[in-house]
Design a binder for this molecule. Structure first.
Ligand code: ZN
Length: 231
């Protein structure tokens, strides 16, 4: 797909927390039509990028869109500045859970990691490409987290029948089905378990390669940086 660029204004910056705890800035734009689609959001990559480009709220910015990839904000158009542009405020604590932020790498991350956006990380872990737990969709995950029954991925595996029955809209049949599905998830191959953990820098393909190389979870846990580099 050919890339298309247009100029619009940057109105606001939102800070979203992903399933691994990555805190990513997203620009809210004055709606602009690019290549047949109305664009209102565009990625800003990371805080260092904002500083490097000296972006400010109210700036006219070049928005770049190529196919279905999330549009991104390029440089501000400096000669269109009026002097009313405002600096972009960076969060001092995680916008989702209020914990400190690890800013040691380009991409900022909540110190709570994948437990920061627990619903997102659990939904991902239970998803089809990972543990594939039938009956554990987004709504059910929200329910479990809100009831305080699950505070970490491992908690899923110690849920009891009584705990599940105490939830709304959970009958005996769905409880037994869910418990059976959770139990079956324990038999998933190593690559899927590893992927479900949501370790930074691993996705499905990297998890498969790591699992193939090390073969057992114990070997993975014992691996040093050099061993990991061999993958
Ligand atoms: Zn957090």
């Amino acid at each position: 797909m050919p890339a298309v660029e247009k100029i619009t204004r940057l109105l606001e910056v939102e800070w979203n927390v992903g399933r691994t705890g990555i805190i990513a800035p997203r620009g809210v734009l004055e709606p602009v039509e690019i290549d047949g689609a109305t664009i209102t959001y565009a990625t800003l990559h990371n805080p260092g990028d904002i500083t490097r480009r000296d972006l400010r709220l109210g700036d006219h910015v070049m928005v770049h869109r190529a196919g279905d990839v999330i549009p991104r904000i390029e440089a501000p158009v400096a000669h269109l500045r009026t002097g009313d542009e405002q600096p972009i405020a960076f969060p001092e604590v995680c916008p989702r859970c209020g914990t400190g932020i690890d800013t040691s790498e380009q991409r900022w991350r909540c110190e709570n990691g994948r437990n920061s956006h627990l619903v997102a990380s659990l939904s991902y872990a239970a998803g089809r490409g990972q543990l594939d737990i039938e009956g554990l969709g987004h709504t059910r995950v929200v329910q479990l987290v809100e009831a305080g029954l699950v505070a970490d991925l491992a908690d899923l595996f110690t849920l009891t029948r009584d705990q599940l029955l105490s939830l709304e809209r959970m009958g005996e049949t769905s409880t037994d089905n869910l418990l059976a599905a959770i139990s079956a998830a324990k038999e998933q191959p190593l690559s899927r378990v590893l992927c479900a953990l949501g370790i930074r820098g691993t996705g499905r393909s990297m998890s498969r390669r790591i699992a193939r190389y090390f073969a057992t979870m114990d070997t993975i846990r014992a691996a040093d940086a050099e061993g990991m580099q061999q993958v």
